[in-house]
Design a binder for this molecule. Sequence first.
Ligand code: GLN
Ligand code: ZN
Length: 759
Amino acid sequence: MSVSHTLGFPRIGNKRQLKFAVEAYWQGKITQQQLLEEGQQVRASNWQTQQQAGLDYIPVGDFAWYDHVLNHSLMFGAIPERFGDASATDIDTLFRMARGQAPSGQPAAACEMTKWFNTNYHYIVPELKKNQTFKLDSTLLLAEVKEALALGLKTKPVLLGPLTWLWLGKIKGEDFDKLSLLDDLVPLYASVLSQLSDLGIEWVQIDEPILSLDLPPSWQQAFEGTYNKLQAHPIKTLLTTYYGPLGDNLGLAVNLPVDGLHVDLVEGKEEITPLLDRLPRYKVLSAGVVNGRNIWRADLTRLTDTLATVRERLEDRLWVSSSCSLLHSPVDLDSESDINHQTRSWLAFAKQKCTEIAVLTRNINGTATAADKAALTDSDLAVASKAASSLIHKPAVQGRVSALTESMTYRATPFKTRKPLQKEKLDLPLYPTTTIGSFPQTADIRRTRRQFKKGEISLQSYETAMEKEIQTVLQHQEALGLDVLVHGEPERNDMVEYFGEQLDGFLFTGFGWVQSYGSRCVKPPIILGDIERPAPMTVKWSQFAQQQTSKPVKGMLTGPVTILRWSFPREDIDQSQSCLQLALALRDEVVDLESAGIDIIQIDEPAIREGLPLRKKDWATYLDWAVKSFRVSAGGVKDSTQIHTHMCYSDFNEIIEYIAAMDADVISIEASRSDMELLNAFEQFHYPNDIGPGVYDIHSPNVPESSSITTLMQKAAEHLPPEQLWVNPDCGLKTRSWPEVDAALKNMVAAAKTLRSCS
Ligand code: GLN
Ligand code: ZN
């Protein structure tokens, strides 16, 4: 019989119970005991959901109070010294490492957090130092395993593999080769395997998703030795990889001394034949066919056919699973009572995906029930209705994309020609000052938006309140003496949701929450079909703002790549197509803003860099369509209209030519924390357009000194001529308070004046 399982289940709870419990605990509103009980309930319910769906093995150890990478750092005793003599079994140690503080224990600087592969999940970066020592404390994991066993579940513990954990770690202090720590780390894994074996566990899942990356040869070579050492145990190991095809790691992966290999057959469909050809005869292949990171219902008939062919080759050595952990999928579609019946029939969240896996498995095992056969028919109906739906397929939108001409993907003239025209029109001083867009989102603003959404206040009183807010924001900026103003974005709850709600082709869920980091969840919109703009989205607000002042006010838009990246994408067309559709909708908005008298328009693209594919060979294709989409959105305006863009990171070294190819007249970037060193990339490339390297970190409540801003900008001027430089913060100001913002911007404007007087 083929075995069914998932690689992991969302840990937040179907109503975000874990988030609320953890936050209540941090705020001292519940005791640690209450928190532990809530966690236990969430786990039990996750396991039960999977068992009731009919899955054979239940993953245990996928749960985390904050992050599963952090769980492993604690289990190995990789706790930085600044956290004192902390116990690895105390969840307050874990919270202090993640957030710098917890209800008990001394506060200390939190560990870094960064994006997990190519997802929007963030993990806590393990800190590794030279001569790092490890010490196993697997109490928390073993307790969860015992908990599952006590419920009578067929338990499959999940570990993050030693190579991936090390790879994700960051060296602190003196540099060294991280692989040198492997010999000390692997015995700890061996001990955990023995402990699990003592509990009667048969299979353990070991995740090594770095097998989907370009690995240096030394890392590739380290796999074999590592898994040889772990093989010596009676327990069986299922090595998993996901998020991409194995590529040049395929030969390595199939031959590792493990008992089973799990592969992502959504991202790596094309590898099924070489996998079958090269998989040793004793080994299990777990086929990840149900997409773990999107929300679409699987085509069960097509997948049954695929799996049936594979089963002919592998027989009982075929397992059926999700492509990756269901961590990135919302929990339960049954909560979405507001989505109409037909649209709902196209979707599947984590709970529904478990059922899909179980149905597929029974189908290929020849044990399908009447209900399983009905599920196949339902799936066929969903496929057919989706293929024919006018909600999804809009010939006019597709026609516009195919009619895109080369000239629409460029500004009419080069930057050299545009710059003097813009200068003449805008008449800005040297070192112009501006901000990134948002201003403090006060409790008042958020309440007004909420009341309007719930229908508690009229459109008119909502608009009056927002206009008043815009006036206030403008008054502050005028009093501060900023050169290019913004309206402050009070009407936006979120930079993607705001646009998604006004564009046709998007679907919003009520409870489609996905963990972003720790207790933070996001509810990404779903790109349901072809995208078009029924009406202008921002023009009224920008025009109102511009009418209040004689200074230029920037129009403010979210770019096509960012809207795409922070939504659930379609799977029936290439993502580049959705991106171009978004680009055309935004292009219309940009042109409308220009006609409404807006001379500067900013198109934010903070997500371009994180969209980079896992493998370098795929970068150029992605960057080509991403940059093209940006240019389509920006390309409809006159030479004298100034296009800005903004990005919240600083590492441009490898993509600088593409950043230049976006051809924004002005780009603002994060820079303060890297001491302007990032400008090296721009200098060496002779980046031609204007740049605003952020002069202070908006994530910190600290008010920057005017002198430190001056010094930073002087450093910037060593890299690039002053005529190219703008002065602005690192990012939007929405999370800050007004006193902080006023004080910081006052110093920023003073610094710009000093710089001008020295030039
Ligand atoms: N314009 C947005 C803001 O200021 C940009 C946010 C972002 O870069 N993530 O809030
Ligand atoms: Zn930003």
